[in-house]
Design a protein around this ligand. Structure first.
Ligand SMILES: [Zn+2]
Length: 370
């Protein structure tokens, strides 16, 4: 089972310079590899493999001697990543690989092996960079795979280590009507459960989002390039970073709770991009970071042997009465509560939807009433 462990690291000025050099070198090689792959394909209709690119690296290094300062395994890893980006593009129809820019918010490079984690001394030894101070919030046990060194917009440094604990994924536990929960994206709340429980973004996160609005407005009024512009920009990046951390923290806790308390979790497949076009919902959906939450839910379910069930996006989960099946075609987004004209049950819109999501997904499994 692979798990990632992320820690803050504190490079000295000298080490910082080397890290930046590694990031720059890997970005340079990535863009060079992408260009070469495209050009080679255009002329010969054949693919350049990571192996070919690694071979061509020698020539590139001769022309750009500064690349010799960069750990060559990190550069080769870049070619490997380029190859997997193309595989994803062809196999999974994901987007065409993009050129990397200096302006991307997170800058990073990878170290495939030969780095040493020392929990006792509180440092990590990186090839060509040396022993960098690290703060280890928790220890891990297992085999270290690839490490990623990253630099945030506010110039903080992190290491994320992929660790194989040598254990197999647990076997999926059986589930039934009683041990399955339906989850709906609420309009007002972050998530609403078929049990009637509602979870909203925590107050500290809402406060930060409010603050973000104020700061962005202020930032937009500053003259580009001025000192005040730079100050406001840094302030804004710091807040963005804080919001990301607060959101992740909340999503980790909620996903863990759902996975621990249920054997199966039923979700609706959302087309988030379509929903963002609908202006009313845009704010709440993009703020909620629903897809980031679902990702956390999915991998935690794998770790704990739980199942994620999905229903299609075309099932009218919020418009059907979960008791008698009446289809309320008139229901608009603004309506929070409604009473079924057929069986007289009063519904909370989101709870009713969550119950339907659970029902539909169990029906798909032929498990209703099991
Ligand atoms: Zn009804």
């Amino acid at each position: 089972m692979l798990k990632a462990f992320k820690y803050r690291i504190y490079p000295t000025k000298e080490q910082e310079k080397k890290i930046v050099q590694h990031i720059g070198g890997c970005r340079f090689v990535y863009n060079w590899a992408l260009e070469n792959k495209i050009r080679y394909y255009e002329t010969s209709k054949e693919k350049l493999s990571a192996y070919d690119l690694n071979y061509m690296l020698k020539g590139l290094k001769a022309d750009n001697p500064w690349l010799k300062e960069v750990n060559s395994q990190s550069l080769q890893q870049t070619n490997k990543n380029m190859e997997s980006a193309f595989t994803r593009f062809f196999r999974e129809k994901k987007g065409f690989p993009n050129f990397k820019s200096k302006k991307n918010p997170v800058q990073s490079f990878q170290i495939p092996q030969h780095y040493v984690v020392d929990f006792e001394e509180g440092n990590v030894k990186l090839p060509k960079i040396g022993k960098v101070k690290a703060s280890f919030s928790r220890e891990f046990f297992g085999t270290c795979k690839t490490a990623t060194i990253s630099r945030s917009t506010t110039h903080k440094y992190y290491i994320s280590i992929l660790v194989d604990d040598g254990k197999d994924l647990p076997i999926k536990e059986p589930f039934n009507d009683n041990t399955t929960v339906g989850v709906d994206v609420g309009i007002k709340d972050f998530a609403v459960l078929s049990t009637g429980e509602k979870f909203d973004n925590p107050k500290y996160l809402k406060n930060s989002l409010q603050k973000l609005k104020v700061l962005s407005k202020r930032f937009s009024r500053k003259q580009k390039g001025s000192n005040n512009f730079k100050k406001a920009k840094l302030k804004l990046s710091r807040l963005h970073e804080k919001i990301t951390n607060q959101r992740n923290d909340f999503q980790h806790k909620l996903s863990l709770k759902l996975v621990r308390e249920n054997q199966a979790i039923a979700l609706e497949t959302l087309k988030v991009c379509n929903m963002i076009k609908n202006h009313c919902l845009a704010q709440s959906i993009s703020d909620a970071g629903w897809s980031a939450f679902v990702t956390k839910l999915e991998y935690k379910a794998e770790w704990y042997g739980k199942t994620i069930l999905r229903i299609g996006q075309f099932e009218p989960s919020s418009k059907l009465c979960n008791v008698c099946g009446y289809h309320n075609k008139e229901l608009t987004l603004a309506v929070r509560e409604w009473t079924c004209p057929s069986c007289n049950t009063s519904h909370d819109r989101d709870v009713n939807a969550a119950i339907n999501i659970k029902k539909f997904s169990l029906q798909d499994q032929n498990l209703v009433g099991v």
